[in-house]
Design a protein around this ligand. Structure first.
Ligand SMILES: *Cc1c(COP(=O)(O)O)cnc(C)c1O
Length: 250
């Protein structure tokens, strides 16, 4: 954590104005809108999340002033440092891997955990949510690129088996699915990842009774347009809003 703190201090000195964030946000919104229309939807159907991992608290505060209300963070401790005083104002999601020893804290911070990649994590979350009297939304993370560095379900049969249990936790609502596409500029490969998640999403909704399951979280700065064309309704954007992260190992 010491590196995190040091890094925030360095980044605090970087200047980024509310106007720049607004301009970037509008430009992203414009691209999302075009892609939405191409796929028979409208901009209202799609949520744009600001991913603030590796960026300082000042960026978060400027974003709130710019009217952004949905945020994503990768790490529980970093999220706690930056957001504990803002939770009444914004909706915060965890989009990075959740370790079980951080589950209790996670329950108090996040409205949604987008990175459920195994049953055990959900079990622990449910337990803490119960003791804190909270309900939490979860997304199932699927590793569509099969890259070994990425988390997420790869075995569909296993996911189907675990869905039987995941759908029944008293404090957790399965509200959708999330993926990180392949690390590539190859449009066809990216599209394949997104199509795969969309199909899985549709199949699972057919097979299970999941009335609240409607989020398809896919697309980041370099691939969100393709993701929306392929059905994404939640894009997670960091770099395109705030610029390049320095020295962040996420
Ligand atoms: C960092 C991150 C993002 C945002 O990535 P950018 O390329 O900066 O837009 C989105 N989703 C997840 C899971 C991430 O870890």
């Amino acid at each position: 954590m010491t590196t995190q703190v040091a890094q925030f201090t360095i980044l605090q000195m970087v200047n980024l104005s509310k106007e720049v964030i607004e301009k970037n946000y509008l430009s992203i919104k414009h691209h999302v809108e075009e892609a939405a229309v191409k796929s028979g939807r409208s901009i209202e159907d799609i949520q744009i999340m600001a991913v603030t991992k590796g960026f300082p608290l000042s960026f978060v505060e400027l974003s709130v002033q710019a009217g952004i209300s949905l945020f994503g963070e990768n790490r529980v401790l970093e999220a706690d440092q930056k957001y504990s005083h803002l939770l009444g104002q914004v909706e915060l999601h965890l989009i990075g891997h959740l370790q079980r020893n951080k589950a209790k804290k996670a329950v108090s911070l996040f409205r949604c955990i987008q990175s459920i990649d195994k049953l055990e994590t959900a079990e622990v979350l449910n337990k803490y949510a119960q003791s804190q009297g909270k309900k939490i939304n979860i997304l199932i993370q699927v590793n569509t690129s099969l890259e070994e560095t990425k988390y997420g379900y790869t075995d569909t049969d296993k996911l189907y088996r675990e869905m039987e249990i995941l759908q029944n936790f008293s404090q957790l609502h399965v509200t959708g699915f999330m993926t990180i596409a392949a690390l590539t500029k190859d449009e066809k490969k990216l599209r394949t990842c997104f199509i795969q998640l969309r199909k899985l999403f549709n199949n699972i909704k057919e097979r299970f009774s999941l009335p609240q399951c409607n989020v398809l979280s896919m697309g980041m700065s370099n691939d969100y347009i393709i993701a929306v064309e392929e059905g994404s309704n939640l894009v997670r954007i960091g770099t395109a809003l705030y610029g390049t992260r320095r020295g962040y190992y996420g």
